[in-house]
Design a protein around this ligand. Structure first.
Ligand code: URP
Ligand code: ZN
Ligand code: ZN
Length: 458
């Protein structure tokens, strides 16, 4: 099915212009000032985008869908997560494969792939989690990279669970350097977290509001510093996920200044939520427990500043959906048992637009760059992240005049709560296409499940 988008205001990471855009199939075939529908294939769907923006399909480079974690499983399936992503304007997801320490990497890769393939409505790829290091694992990591998974994920946090030790980190980075693979990393000093958690619990400080003091900014900055030392010595390219505070960004900045190849990601919750949310009564603060934690509100303008200056490359979500009633409450007696994560894959684009673009914190080009283009470039996603002839027809016709409110009652994500209940959004995707197929219209999913493809990566 061919589509013609007329009168569009096309926004990419660098450009802003009016044009008609035509996709005869899965890729964009023409961009011209005016395209006569009669010159298009019979049956072409013509969409009038006057008064709306045309953005490239958004990419969320950090989500969890299938996630065995902290004694439970994240709530979404690829069906619910991809539908939520698409309705919210995100057309490609990058999921972290998180094998347990004794699991074989290849088996984990097959498991994670099987959950998405034939189920997902959006395109997808993975970061391969390195949670162990031995000869067998190394051999399998090489095979997985050959299958097109050109990024790794390491956790410097989660002691005794997913976290790697320094030997494992060193070898993962050396292999990444050899294979030209980017290493994404969750940076917090796991020993400091562990010791501080014990002290707080022993002092009777068990509520969700004590999650942040157990892992303050310096703990995260130390993790980033640690990663940068290893990256410098191995020459590997690294990507710090969910950077929550100025102290951590500055550690990455210092390393970049001395020649380390590093990228910085911020996630939506760290731009618009702060530590006070974890202090909500009735244990509702647990809804906002994630790691690194939500920070003091003085951090938020500093993080927006890093995004505006493009020191921060990408805005992801770290979507990690756990129900409030049956899962977050596992930590009623100890904040260390609250499954970490905030569901947000559906809301990233609208909340970044509302709180970033509408509030004048970032411009439209930075918005597209951070929410789409940079992720495609850093992770080598062919055909993604921009609007140009020959690229995938992943497109978002965005209505800046829409006004609406977010709620768990209406969201597509599988969780029983929204971290943004009642929040206003000032914009919404009115049409979303994935490789030329219309998948969503005005907040409703209209596509076919299972049509998402594993993204080809360079
Ligand atoms: O709180 C978080 N971030 N949960 C998901 C796991 C991770 O650390 O990415
Ligand atoms: Zn993490
Ligand atoms: Zn994560």
């Amino acid at each position: 099915m061919a589509i013609l988008l007329r009168n569009a205001r096309v926004i990419t990471a660098t450009d802003d212009y009016h044009a008609d855009v035509y996709a005869a199939g899965e890729t964009i075939t023409r961009i011209e000032q005016s395209i006569d529908p009669k010159s298009c294939a019979p049956g072409t769907e013509v969409i009038d985008a006057a008064g709306k923006y045309l953005f490239p399909g958004f990419i969320d480079p950090h989500v969890h869908v299938y996630l065995p974690f902290m004694g439970t499983y994240a709530k979404d399936t690829w069906e619910t997560a991809s539908r939520a992503a698409i309705v919210g304007g995100t057309t490609t997801l990058v999921e972290m494969i998180c094998p347990g320490k004794t699991d074989e990497p290849k088996a984990a890769f097959e498991t994670w792939l099987s959950k998405a393939k034939g189920v997902s409505a959006c395109d997808f790829t993975f970061h391969m989690g390195v949670t162990r290091w031995d000869d067998l694992a190394e051999k399998q990591f090489r095979e997985i990279v050959k299958r097109g998974i050109r990024s790794f994920k390491v956790f410097l946090a989660y002691k005794g669970a997913l976290g790697v030790d320094d030997r494992e980190l060193y070898h993962a980075l050396k292999l990444a350097k050899e294979l030209g693979v980017v290493v994404t990393a969750h940076c917090e000093n796991e020993t400091l977290v562990d010791e501080r958690q014990k002290e707080l619990l022993a002092a009777g400080k068990t509520g969700p509001e004590f999650h942040e003091p157990s892992r303050p900014p310096r703990v995260e900055a130390e993790g980033v510093h640690h990663l940068m030392t290893f990256a410098e010595l191995t020459g590997a390219e690294v990507y710090v996920v969910h950077t929550s505070c100025d102290e951590a960004v500055r550690e990455a900045q210092c390393a970049i200044a001395r020649g380390v190849k590093a990228h910085v990601e911020v996630v939506l919750p760290h731009l618009i939520l702060d530590h006070s949310y974890t202090q909500k009564d009735g244990f509702n603060g647990a809804k906002y427990v994630m790691s690194p934690p939500l920070r003091d509100k003085s951090q938020l303008p500093r993080m927006w500043g890093h995004l505006r200056s493009r020191t921060v490359s990408t805005v992801a979500t770290d979507h990690a959906p756990f129900d409030f009633e049956t899962q977050k409450t596992m930590g009623k007696d100890a904040f260390t048992k609250i499954p970490n994560g905030i569901p947000s894959v559906e809301n990233r684009v609208d909340l970044l637009y509302t709180h970033g673009v509408c509030e004048g914190r970032i411009d439209l080009n930075t918005f597209v760059d951070a929410a789409s283009t940079k992720a495609a470039r850093i992770f080598g996603m062919k055909g993604k992240g921009t609007i140009a002839v020959g690229t995938d027809a992943d497109l978002v016709v965005y209505d800046p005049n829409y006004r609406g409110k977010l709620s768990a009652k209406t969201h597509q994500m599988a969780t029983d709560y929204s971290a943004f209940e009642g929040w206003e959004v000032k914009g919404r995707a009115s049409v979303v296409t994935v490789r030329g197929a219309v998948m969503a219209r005005d907040g409703k999913f209209v596509g076919k499940m299972g049509t998402g493809k594993l993204v080809e990566r360079a």
